[in-house]
Design a protein around this ligand. Sequence first.
Ligand code: ADP
Length: 309
Amino acid sequence: MPEPILAFTRVSKRFADGTVALAGVDLRVAPGEFVSVVGPSGCGKSTLLRIASGLSEASEGTVTVRTDKPGYVFQDPTLLPWRTVQANVELFAELRGLPKEERRRRAEEAIELVGLSDFARHRPRALSGGMRMRASLARSLTLAPELFLFDEPFGALDEITRERLNDELLQLFLARRFAALFVTHSVTEAVYMSTRVVVMSGRPGQVLGDFAVPFDYPRSSQLRFDEPFAHLAGQVSARLRGTSRTTGGGSGGLKSEATAQVAGGHAEPSGSPPVNQGSGGLKSAAGTQAAGGHATPSGSPPVDKAVHR
Ligand code: ADP
């Protein structure tokens, strides 16, 4: 595996009230990987992301982030209601102190990428839930993140909108080649999006399964109905259900499940995801990498190269 862009090594988290949210989590994300994390509610998925972003500290273990360009997208798009879409999308670049022309250019480019150009002058209240999430995504894209942390970004959306945004996010992933750590409750979403799916146990969260997803990108929405997809999703689900049984009643039996697909953390080390055709959809995407600069997203502490927490 190439040097991971994000690595948790034996990470545990105990809150001040004694709650142990994570216990000895080992998890690596290589450049170009899209890793989803599924697990029961309260197993520490958000805590994991908060530690990766520097908003919270591990009690034990180390977290290494090898980029100064992380991006965050959460379930709540947190747009400022008095600002237009354009002004909202400019916000992170503005807080980073980028010159007006530059942030306008980046925002316009990101807004076009997520298909919101016709709504750039609208206020958030005029947008649907899916459009608000696109605006939130665009706001992070202005900083050209090399590592994206997603906390249930589409969890509040209806199924059709969610599937559409899954495809749009995958197009962005192929165009921008960021690494992603994506928390979701949906096994289908996890398998559809990812190069790897990590299954966590109930609290305190531990990594109990690591499944390589062998399907090429770009992925067609039809993939969700293919037998190999259903088979893998079934194995992930079984592991998840086994996890719940274990935490609920201590039933054991996990070790015998789904071993054939467990990748053991050695999946798809590629610097870029496997792609079997042209990278689809987003016309101007490929040329936008240059939006780079060396900005760090606002609202989060600056992250140095190879930060060890
Ligand atoms: P998930 O995202 O998997 O639903 P979280 O990471 O939000 O889980 O929370 C993991 C566990 O830690 C939960 O039991 C939650 O109640 C607890 N927890 C989260 N934040 C705090 C905190 N600041 N203090 C005490 N317990 C917390």
